[in-house]
Design a protein around this ligand. Structure first.
Ligand SMILES: [Zn+2]
Length: 116
């Protein structure tokens, strides 16, 4: 992928993730924006607790993906973008197209996920 295009996609993704996180946080129980305070003060009703749990899980997924996007931007700066961080092989174009923040080829990714 063209590095300029890759950077544009990554920065767009990062902005999207920030927006999603901000929206989710704003929709929270209204006890403040810090996640830790949600653990200590679950919302009044039991049904809201489930919502809060799900919200925390979604926020974690967002921050995880955001970290991957930031790392991809760092690799872009370092000139190693588009290569697998484990084996150094080129990432297939269609993989980068689907996941511009991808750090590993499918083989290495499967190994990492399998070892979890
Ligand atoms: Zn690899």
């Amino acid at each position: 992928m063209d590095p300029i295009e890759a950077r544009r996609r990554l920065e767009e993704l990062q902005a999207d993730l920030d927006r999603s996180a901000a929206t989710l946080t704003a929709e929270g129980a209204g006890t403040g924006s810090e996640l830790s305070s949600m653990d200590q003060h679950p919302a009044d009703a039991g049904t809201d607790l489930q919502d809060a749990d799900r919200q925390v899980a979604v926020l974690e997924a967002i921050s995880d993906q955001r970290r991957q996007v930031v790392e991809a931007l760092t690799r872009l700066d370092g000139g190693t973008y588009g290569t697998c961080v484990d084996c150094g092989g080129r990432l297939p174009e269609e993989r980068l197209d689907a996941r511009p923040e991808a750090a590993r080829c499918l083989t290495c990714q499967a190994r990492v996920e399998g070892s979890r």
